[in-house]
Design a protein around this ligand. Sequence first.
Ligand code: FES
Length: 188
Amino acid sequence: MKTTAPSKASPTASTITLRVNGERHTLPVDHRTTLLDALREHLGLTGAKKGCDQGQCGSCTVLLDGRRTVSCLQLAVAAEGREITTVEGLADGDRLHPVQQAFLDLDGYQCGYCTSGQICSAVAMIEEHAAGWPSAVTEDVGAAEPPPLSPQEIRERMSGNLCRCGAYVAIVEAIALAASGGGTEAAA
Ligand code: FES
């Protein structure tokens, strides 16, 4: 009778190195671990929040190579070699990032659960706008200069970040302030 050697189980974990906020971290992860869980559960960076855990609310937004992404839909193993920036990495020492400062100055939050995602998303969104990326409400997508970052543009471009408290009025005002160069005061 022919016998077959038992097949080796596929490896389900790897040791990876993630570069987060300028620091390298080597950690063992199950291949199914999301970037969000790696940040929160392995590295103790709890700024990115787990809201819906299915990419719909934006509270887990971080920056990957400067572009915003929902970290609950990214596998940690796929983030190796990328530059990951979380809300903890935006400030320059005691000086808050202008978007953080603007949220603080204008109360761009209520409970705060969505705030780190809103801020990371806004940081990248302002750069996308400055680089001339159009949005769904941009009227002249061929214009040489990006359109003004109007409240309508901000609302559309930030539509992937939900706020359960409905603090949208102050959120939009804070982003507009930061985009205009305001909100740059250093934190005390
Ligand atoms: Fe509470 Fe946005 S401030 S969810």
